[in-house]
Design a protein around this ligand. Structure first.
Ligand SMILES: Cc1cc2nc3c(=O)[nH]c(=O)nc-3n(C[C@H](O)[C@H](O)[C@H](O)COP(=O)(O)OP(=O)(O)OC[C@H]3O[C@@H](n4cnc5c(N)ncnc54)[C@H](O)[C@@H]3O)c2cc1C
Length: 501
């Protein structure tokens, strides 16, 4: 099956020009698919949302050559797990730490990239109907000129937590509703001390004064149930709960933005239903604790982009597109679990103090810090790509390729740089591949012979062991390591399809 819908207007319709939809649109274009993004808002939202990019997301942005546009990004080594200090500075990454970028800026830059690569972004067009045919998807939109239809081979819902795509395509979205919530407000004209996860007798208070003089406050009153909300809370509710928890009156301030977010946990049972897929918040709803929600969604998009592009171009091997669900559902489920654990530690009352004491104790051990930081940063994601299962085989297998400085015949390079084209890379580090290995896949996979650059010598780093050759997917994950027995052909077929004649 080539996946091409006859007489389609485009290959893929992406619904939602949030960060995930825009990242996906760029990845699809890099893979050679035609893309139209439908966005119901006429102009990008100015809402203050996620501000943390974790190490793996920063690596991915670098692997696409995007970081120059991001400029100087402030970094913080310190983070938290459920409000208990957790150091991200020791991660084995050039981007160890947490990076602070307003979501509006991330969206703007991802949007610029998608358009530069040729994606069509139609703002002011809401998806209102959706029909799958045998060979494609027909989407009905409501726009400035009324209703219209667009046909594509595939459609991806990146339309956020209340996803219309999820509803129209009938995806099951099991999970639990919010039982507790944090109230949040950006307020001008108040003067309260900065607080990082300060636990009081009656609740939790957080405050941070920004350089522009606006203070963001977040507050939770222990035992207070999440309210059913059709709209954001009023500022009076925030100031009243703040007073109960801290004893301070912030009622004289001017609210700039008020919202509430709860500990709901839901995940689509499948990320694919025929020719319709979900990514980002449309696929998983979670409390935005520890800045993971946005990063999880961006990494969904990078996993899906090259696979779906290969599918619509008729080059995807059997099962490639379904590996998106298999890989990302499992990662999402694990992240949702750590978020739930953190929400319990954060919003639980005095009853969680013993648990907090134990976790605080555990966080005194480097191995625990490494484990949790690896999980939250996304660096420890390891897909089950080999025959040995997710934890078997070479230590690199299934994980992301580290940044290795390389010396090639055409000069200095690195694994990060080799991934910039968004194609697979067959990297021969020991001159061990027979001449012509990978030649049948040259249109999809670049074969590079290189030596570890002396300054780095990365392949002999602890944990990576000497590896003579690796096959790297466009999303940076290693799917084959030379072990002196089998060559790369089976892995090339499995991930990139048949060789060309
Ligand atoms: C108020 C708020 C505060 C948050 N704070 C944090 C935080 O501090 N840290 C953190 O990590 N995460 C936070 N998040 C979560 C983070 O913002 C999301 O994980 C991230 O935005 C997900 O990106 P997305 O592209 O999947 O969805 P969204 O950003 O929600 O984008 C979805 C897009 O789809 C569009 N759309 C929706 N329906 C349709 C339709 N029918 N047709 C066309 N377009 C449609 C929407 O207009 C929107 O532009 C917050 C979210 C919210 C809502």
């Amino acid at each position: 099956m080539t996946g091409h819908a006859r007489a389609a207007d485009t290959d893929v319709v992406v619904v939602g020009a949030g960060p995930v939809g825009l990242m996906l649109a760029g990845e699809l274009r890099a893979g050679g698919a035609r893309v139209t993004v439908l966005e119901r808002l006429a102009a990008p939202t100015g809402e203050s949302r996620a501000s943390t990019l974790h190490a793996r997301t920063m690596e991915i942005l670098d692997e696409r050559g995007l970081l120059d546009a991001w400029g100087t990004v402030p970094r913080a080594a310190g983070g938290h797990f459920g409000g208990i200090a957790l150091d991200f500075g020791g991660l084995d990454s050039r981007y160890a730490g947490q990076w602070k970028v307003p979501q509006t800026r991330t969206e703007h830059l991802l949007g610029e990239r998608a358009v530069r690569l040729g994606a069509v972004v139609r703002r002011g067009h809401a998806l209102v109907g959706l029909r799958q045919t045998g060979s494609g998807v027909e989407a009905e939109t409501e726009g400035p000129a009324g209703r219209s239809r667009i046909r594509a081979a595939y459609l991806v819902g990146c339309d956020g937590e209340d996803s219309t795509v999820r509803r129209l395509a009938g995806f099951a979205f099991p999970g639990t509703d919010a039982t507790r919530e944090l109230l949040r407000a950006d307020i001008a004209g108040i003067d309260v001390p900065d607080r990082r996860f300060e636990r009081h007798e009656h609740g939790l208070a957080i405050a941070h004064r920004r350089p522009d003089g606006i203070t963001r406050v977040m507050v939770h009153q222990f035992g207070r149930a999440a309210a059913p909300r059709a709209a954001a809370p009023g500022i009076a509710e925030v100031t009243s709960v703040w007073a109960k928890v801290t004893g301070e009156d912030i009622g004289a301030g001017t609210p700039v933005w008020v919202d509430a977010f709860g500990n709901a946990r839901r995940q689509a049972e499948r990320y694919r239903a025929g020719r319709v897929l979900l990514a980002g918040d449309a696929a998983h709803a979670q409390m935005p604790v520890g800045g993971q929600a946005l990063n999880l969604g961006l990494q969904d998009a990078v996993n899906l982009g090259w696979k779906l592009a290969a599918q619509v171009r008729g080059r995807a091997p059997q099962g490639l597109l379904d590996s998106y669900h298999d890989e990302r559902h499992a990662v999402g489920s694990r992240v949702l679990t750590n978020i739930e654990a953190q929400a319990t530690l954060l919003l639980g009352g005095p009853e969680v103090e013993p648990l907090r004491a134990v976790v605080t104790d555990l966080l005194g051990h480097d191995e625990v810090v490494g484990h949790l930081a690896g999980m939250i940063s996304g660096l420890d994601v390891r897909y089950p790509v080999g025959d040995d299962g997710p934890r078997g085989g070479h230590p690199l297998l299934g994980g992301r390729v580290p940044h290795w400085e390389l010396a090639t015949a055409s000069g200095a390079s690195s694994t990060t740089e080799l991934l910039r084209a968004g194609r697979g890379v067959l990297l021969d580090l020991a001159g061990c591949l027979p001449p012509g290995a990978g030649a049948g896949w040259a249109d999809r996979v670049r074969t590079v012979t290189a030596a570890p650059a002396p300054a780095d010598g990365a392949p002999s780093r602890p944990g990576t062991a000497a590896v003579p050759a690796v096959l790297i997917r466009p999303d940076g994950h290693v799917v084959w390591c030379a072990d002196g027995t089998a060559g790369p052909e089976a892995a090339l077929r499995r991930w990139f399809g048949d060789p060309h004649a």
